[in-house]
Design a protein around this ligand. Structure first.
Ligand code: OXD
Ligand code: MN
Length: 597
């Protein structure tokens, strides 16, 4: 078999080595052309890997079902394989690289027999830009190829840009037996390598996304002086046409895609405000010549959670997903060959297959047992092209990225965190990021609804020691003379009956407007023990069914709850271990002192 797929010797010899391991029957280089993609779609439809959906209602759209045991990222089977265990840190799972290569080689051995190896050259960020990093993913899955074609920039121009350099991320994926006992998502940051085996679920197999653009990139960013973060990027345009950008980090499935595609509430729309989406999941940030942080979204599409997406919650996402999209594990409406998911509308299809492919009876739906009774899996997804997004920023493909005014951290806290507060400075802001916490969701396998610490929303995505990552944050604040201001928001505060108090969705813009006004220095705030909190009069509630008293409650800080939280933070810092920077302990001590005053 000819393994000389390119003119790059490093690429060819690596492919030859992998071919010897997985033993495919042939090799196909993915060139990024529509003709090749169409041929692969046809092939996948002929084998049942994809189902072509109603061309009139959902042009260019397909449905795919993963194995029932393979529906989410698997953090307990995700490893960072550094030569020294300490470099992976206490929060990551670690395996010795040689041991891991040996163990996984046994699983890969011959796993492509009778199958095709697809070679996908891809770029994270605009090809040829200062931000760009290149990868090649080898896979035996057409579904992976078609998703990578949407999520990243794929094609021969990537190989051209790479030239004869060996500086690319080597990704090997094999579906093997989709055996969960032998599922491994392994990262070798010191070798620019990612190995993923026995899964077909997006977050585990679209190696450009979490594996490369966060875990490997965070490692590279620390080495090279930039940042890879689990953040959306949103532009807010004022009536004068000036656009300010924010980055926001939220744990998985906390509404990042909704915020990234937010539609301004009437009160701002009528004045001429507009919002623009640059990214919904990942931001790479570099210090510009002006000392500001400049951000790009390294991806080229959205891998959004379908359930809950509807005309009210996120019309932009819905429209984005209505053409050229791949739906994974949603409900299949057999009457008109379309798709449905919980929260799309209140008309569940009567003649439908659920995410498992079984005939589905919507009357049996039980909120307490969603996985087994819902039409769509709670973590079902759409993979959609960024260019189809009605509110896509015209800076989306700008190689320079966009300058960031504010960084916003957020979590899902019922009582502790107020609607919004501002850090005193960069170091305090990084501390606020480090103490982020949220309830777990369906995006990762495991228990749902448990509160866990998720610093900077990066807990599952830092490719090295968490303490070192926190130190890197401090360094970046020093490198960026005009660093963004840092804030924390909480859309999820509940009343005593457990109902959300803040309306959320588009109305979150009211909070973002306060944040931008703080960046401009045009609005005041009250200094509290945890940071600067808005004066209730400074959040615009015109047109909302919320009164000043409720807003005051949303902005309140319960010192007892916070002191209790400090105990949890201390435990977490101890768990992160001895590389937790002293500055973070100083901030914690100062917070406790202010709370006890
Ligand atoms: C995602 C996640 O899929 O964070 O974006 O889980
Ligand atoms: Mn994410």
């Amino acid at each position: 078999m000819n393994t000389n797929v390119t003119s790059n010797k490093a690429v060819n010899s690596w492919i030859a080595e992998m071919v010897e391991l997985v033993k495919p029957s042939n090799i196909v280089l993915i060139d990024g052309s529509e003709a090749q993609a169409e041929q692969l779609r046809k092939e996948a439809c002929s084998t049942g890997e994809l189902i072509k959906l109603n061309e009139e209602k959902l042009p260019g759209c397909y449905l795919h079902r993963t194995a029932i045991n393979d529906v989410a990222r698997v953090e307990n089977r995700t490893f960072i394989c550094t030569r020294n265990k300490e470099d992976a840190g206490n929060i990551n799972n670690w395996m010795d690289p040689q041991e891991c290569y040996a163990k996984l080689s046994k699983l890969y051995d011959g796993s492509y027999k009778g199958r095709t190896m697809y070679v996908i050259p891809y770029s994270m960020s605009v090809v040829g830009s200062d931000f760009a990093k290149y990868g090649i993913e080898l896979t035996d899955s057409i579904y992976v190829v078609l998703n990578m074609l949407i999520m990243t920039r794929v094609g021969l121009d990537v190989l051209e840009a790479l030239g004869d350099s060996a500086d690319f991320i080597k990704g090997l994926h094999a579906r093997a037996d989709i055996d969960e006992e032998n599922r491994y998502i392994c990262h070798f940051p010191e070798d620019n390598t990612i190995w993923s085996v026995n899964s077909g679920y997006g977050g585990n197999v679209l190696l450009g996304k979490k594996c490369f653009a966060l875990r490997i990139a965070s490692y590279l960013g620390r080495k090279e002086g930039w940042m890879a973060e689990h953040m959306l990027i949103l532009g807010i345009e004022n009536p004068e046409g000036e656009v300010k950008y924010i980055c926001a980090a939220f744990p998985s499935a906390c509404g990042k895609t909704n915020l990234a595609m937010l539609i301004p509430p009437e009160v701002y729309k009528k004045k001429g405000y507009k919002t623009w989406c640059v990214g919904d999941d990942i931001a790479w940030l570099r210090v510009g010549k002006d000392g500001r942080l400049w951000a790009v979204n390294p991806e080229n599409g959205f891998f959004g959670v379908a359930p809950g997406t509807n005309e009210n919650s996120n019309p932009n996402a819905l429209h984005t997903a209505m053409r050229d999209a791949i739906f994974t594990n949603v409900c299949h409406n057999l009457d008109d060959n379309t798709v449905w998911w919980e929260g799309l509308d209140s008309n569940p299809p009567k003649n439908a297959r659920n995410w498992k492919g079984e005939m589905w009876d919507y009357t049996k739906y039980d909120k307490a047992d969603k996985v087994n009774t819902s039409g769509a899996h709670p973590n079902s997804r759409f993979t959609a092209k960024a260019i189809n997004c009605p509110c896509l920023s015209d800076k989306f493909n700008d190689p320079a990225g966009v300058p960031i005014s504010a960084i916003v951290f957020g979590g899902r806290r019922a009582k502790t965190a107020p609607l919004v507060y501002q850090s005193f400075n960069w170091q305090h802001g990084a501390f606020i990021g480090s103490i982020m916490a949220s309830e777990t969701t369906a995006a990762a396998a495991g228990a749902v609804g448990v509160v866990r610490r998720d610093p900077m929303a990066m807990r599952p995505f830092v490719g090295y020691d968490m303490g070192d990552y926190w130190a890197h944050w401090l360094n970046m604040g020093k490198l960026a003379a005009n660093a963004p201001k840092i804030f924390h928001v909480n859309w999820f505060r509940t009343d005593d009956e457990g109902h959300f108090i803040w309306p959320g969705f588009g109305d979150n813009m009211r909070v973002l407007m306060w944040i931008l006004a703080r960046c401009d220095g045009t609005v005041g705030a009250t200094e509290t023990a945890i940071g600067y909190v808005p004066n209730p009069d400074d959040i615009n509630i015109e047109g909302l069914d919320i009164d000043k008293a409720t807003l005051t409650e949303l902005l309140s800080v319960d010192k007892e709850l916070w002191l209790e939280d400090c105990r949890g933070i201390k435990e977490f810092y101890a768990q992160v271990g001895e590389r937790t920077p002293k500055e973070y302990y100083d901030e914690l001590a100062a917070l406790e002192a202010r709370l006890s005053k």
